[in-house]
Design a protein around this ligand. Structure first.
Ligand SMILES: NC(=O)c1ccc[n+]([C@@H]2O[C@H](COP(=O)([O-])OP(=O)(O)OC[C@H]3O[C@@H](n4cnc5c(N)ncnc54)[C@H](O)[C@@H]3O)[C@@H](O)[C@H]2O)c1
Length: 321
């Protein structure tokens, strides 16, 4: 890759975007972060150009594309709460779809044609298969959030056909952990992700509500596939390398191929923190699929992705710093 050219990372102040930015910087790239700070963290002394702004602002984008030699865009920016998207779908369609169209228009206008998209396992919704691969039909998506990811993937396919955009869409499964020593954070308000919620609950000694204990799984709780955020970042970088080699646009699952139930994750957090977590059973939440576990074969064999955190316990321990 041409190290003189910059990578634009939208949502680069966010949890995954900041880890992706750091990974690219460590590989020798110049990174420009564009984040509107609707979520995210202050990036003090971070070795990137950090611009506070919106990826749906065409004037700002035109300035960025014409001022800096940007070779590619990694699009980590989005509204990300599936449950909130059920309450306010229009703001999700606006931020995740309409504004992404504006970003793509400006890319085409300025001949920046390489695009890595942080998609989501939410595109799969409820499925019968034990392991989800990229060929599973996307008919059963439950949340507007998941639908926005499906829509952007469809828009990208059209843009590849009509404007020569080359894209990789990464269907990321649940990210967790922190790159040790990075000083980066997971900072969602409100926090809805299981592991940071359990972490706080363990230390604050407040009850943890398990939403749904009557699913058709061995212990009755939902099952998810957890990928360390460092490995998610390396997958984004691998996707860029893949595009640089002029490979065809494609879609890849980023997951470990192993599922953990909510109750199993609770035990893992108890083990790492050495704190007992008080749990309470609660009703299922609308839109929560029973089981989401990736088949990561394609990412491993075609992208050459090699996750380093193969076990959940050591990944959770990365939160100790
Ligand atoms: N965290 C996960 O487990 C997970 C799983 C699957 C997919 N994803 C996807 O990965 C991406 C990053 O997720 P995350 O967990 O880091 O979320 P995050 O909320 O921490 O990061 C998203 C960042 O995007 C920024 N942003 C939102 N709208 C913007 C806009 N219009 N202009 C500029 N910046 C904007 C926010 O301020 C935030 O810093 C998202 O696309 C998300 O859908 C995340």
């Amino acid at each position: 890759m041409d190290l003189k050219k910059a990578i634009l990372v939208t949502g680069g102040a966010g949890y995954i975007g900041s880890h992706v930015s750091l990974y690219c910087i460590k590989k020798g790239h110049r990174v420009i972060i564009l984040d509107n700070y609707s979520q995210g963290q202050e990036l003090l002394s971070f070795p990137a150009l950090v611009i506070k702004g919106d990826y749906g602002d065409p004037v700002l984008l035109a300035t960025l594309f014409s001022t800096y030699a940007i070779q590619s865009v990694i699009h980590c920016g989005a509204s990300t709460h599936a449950a909130l998207s059920m309450a306010d779908p229009l703001s999700y369609y606006d931020n995740n779809v309409s504004k992404t169209v504006i970003l793509l228009q400006q890319m085409v206008k300025h001949n920046v044609l390489k695009f890595v998209f942080s998609s989501s396992c939410a595109v799969y919704g409820n499925q019968e298969s034990a392991l989800l691969n990229e060929e599973n039909p996307l008919r059963l998506v439950s949340s507007p959030y998941g639908k926005t990811k499906v829509m952007v993937e469809q828009i990208l396919a059209d843009c590849a056909h009509s404007y020569g955009i080359q894209f990789v869409s990464l269907r990321c499964f649940n990210a967790f952990g922190i790159e040790p020593g990075s000083g980066l954070k997971e900072n969602h308000i409100p926090e809805t992700h299981l592991i940071p919620l359990l972490w706080h609950t363990a230390y604050l000694k407040i009850p943890f509500y398990i939403f749904g204990t009557d699913y058709d799984t061995p212990d009755g709780t939902c099952i998810r596939d957890y990928v360390h955020v460092y490995d998610s970042a390396s997958a984004h970088y691998k996707a860029l390398e893949y595009l640089e080699k002029e490979n065809p646009s494609d879609i890849f699952n980023i997951g470990m191929g192993k599922g953990w139930s909510v109750k199993e994750v609770i035990k893992a957090v108890e083990l790492v923190t050495q704190q007992k977590i008080q749990t309470r059973d609660a009703l299922r939440r609308e839109g929560d699929p029973e089981r989401l576990v990736a088949d990561p074969f394609k990412a491993i064999h075609i992208l050459g992705w090699k996750p380093v955190y193969s076990d959940l316990i050591s990944g959770i321990a990365s939160l100790l710093g």
